[in-house]
Design a protein around this ligand. Structure first.
Ligand SMILES: [Zn+2]
Ligand SMILES: [Zn+2]
Length: 429
């Protein structure tokens, strides 16, 4: 079996790993990069024609993968619904099957339906966690992982008597922390290669409290505060929504989500996941003007009408603002003006780097002018160094190959089995 990491040996995001065995080839993740030549990638780059993207290296040169070449892959396997792991699917040849978990498919479908990402057909096939499936000569067993993307997977992959483990993105301090323990217990020991992520190796200043602790901190911070609480985070980060929903219940308040977030919860709940959704107690759905117009004009009225019984109006928000914790986005300023808010607390609950964007800064400046206090409360979606070490020690692989990290050399301290490669270099497993 051979392996090539097309991107990720020295950067976070944009992961693509090829495994080949005989005539079978599979790709693990098809990620859009977060960086170009070491700088955060400009939004405009995504709109360039594919010839340009190939020249820039946004699309690595890979035979038989893209729509304009004869197809040469048995399948693409996606670990989770973050763009830095699936954002290149648009360019994959439409006849190549794309394997993913039901939660991952739901999140990608919703992003497309709501036009957060471009719409393009995906030749998707579903797998269930812990149930092995075959792609060409490869047998692949997915493991549910704890990560900020819902239904994220790690994979154990076998062919020709060789075994590779790919961690995907993971952590051990979220609401599914037990999944990391189970993975370490159940995955095969002494695999030939372990590809493990290492985002936090260079981000050790990022907070890593548990989601439970974050929930308690929210309660502590808010219990003496008056006024509405506005929370800005990702609508697809279900662990975080659960943390704030539970904190809101403990405060005896009402949790208000926008109609997009309501759809995310509704669809994932519909898959049989025990997560809160709009019919749960003390949860209401707000209809922001722009988003609601988009739903009725472009997406489909059913995505708005399904939450009519749980609707909260601007007038109700105005009247009950002291009793509300509300999920917001920077595009909701006009709606918030109409809610006649009398100040309150704004909690930012994402990676701080996202605050550097001009649009975000204008939104926060406006909030400050309205008398909002600003609190930062976040915990990383990625594994701490001690959890990375626990994974390596527990699985005891023959070789450790770091990926999704800015600092692969740091791994040399964690294990004497570390092998470092450059992007695009083929090596034998
Ligand atoms: Zn990632
Ligand atoms: Zn991720």
């Amino acid at each position: 079996m051979n392996a090539v990491i097309y991107r990720g040996t020295r950067e976070i995001g944009g992961t693509l790993i090829e495994l080949s065995s005989g005539k079978s080839r599979i790709l693990l993740d098809a990620g859009y990069p977060l960086f170009l030549n070491g700088n955060p990638i400009d939004d405009k780059v995504a709109k360039l024609p594919h010839e340009e993207l190939l020249k820039l290296g946004v699309l690595p040169s890979i035979d038989g993968l893209y729509a304009w070449d004869p197809p040469g892959f048995d399948g693409v396997v996606i670990s989770h619904a973050h763009l830095d792991h699936y954002g290149l699917l648009k360019y994959v040849h439409p006849s190549i099957p794309v394997f993913m978990s039901p939660g991952t498919k739901t999140l990608i479908d919703l992003s497309q339906t709501f036009k957060i990402v471009e719409q393009y057909p995906i030749n998707s096939r579903l797998f269930n966690m812990y149930e092995p499936f075959d792609v060409g000569l490869f047998s692949i067993k997915p493991f549910l992982m704890d990560h900020s993307a819902f239904d994220a997977a790690a994979f154990e992959i076998q062919a020709e008597g060789k075994r590779v483990i790919y961690s995907g993105d993971f952590r051990g301090h979220g609401r599914k922390a037990a999944c990391l323990d189970r993975f370490i217990r159940q995955a095969t020991k002494e695999a030939d290669v372990l590809f493990t992520e290492g985002s936090m190796v260079s981000r050790s200043d990022e907070l890593t409290i548990t989601e439970d602790k974050l929930e308690r901190l929210v309660v502590d911070k808010l219990k003496d505060k008056t006024g509405i609480t506005l929370v800005q985070s990702s609508s697809q980060n279900i662990d975080r929504i659960v943390s704030f929903y539970k904190a809101t219940l403990r405060l005896g308040k009402t949790f208000v989500v926008d109609v997009y977030t309501a759809n995310v919860l509704h669809e994932l709940h519909g898959l049989g996941n025990k997560i809160p959704y709009p019919s749960y107690k003390k949860m209401k759905v707000f209809y922001p003007l722009r988003l609601t117009k988009k739903v009725f004009d472009e997406i489909g009225a059913e995505y708005a009408n399904r939450f009519s019984p749980y609707r909260i109006s601007r007038e109700q928000v105005a009247a009950e603002q002291n009793e509300i914790v509300m999920w917001v986005r920077s595009s909701m300023k006009t709606d918030l003006i109409r809610c006649k808010l009398k100040g309150g607390t704004f909690i930012f609950s994402m990676w701080q780097k996202y605050r550097e964007n001009k649009y975000q800064q204008a939104f926060e400046k406006w909030l400050t002018e309205q008398g909002f206090n600003d609190i930062y409360m976040h915990t990383s979606g990625h594994a701490t160094i001690s959890d990375i070490r626990r994974l390596i020690d527990g699985l005891n692989p023959k070789r450790v190959v770091p990926i999704h990290t800015m600092d692969p050399n740091a791994f040399l301290e964690y294990s004497d089995k570390v092998d470092l490669f450059n992007d695009g270099v083929t090596f034998e497993v």
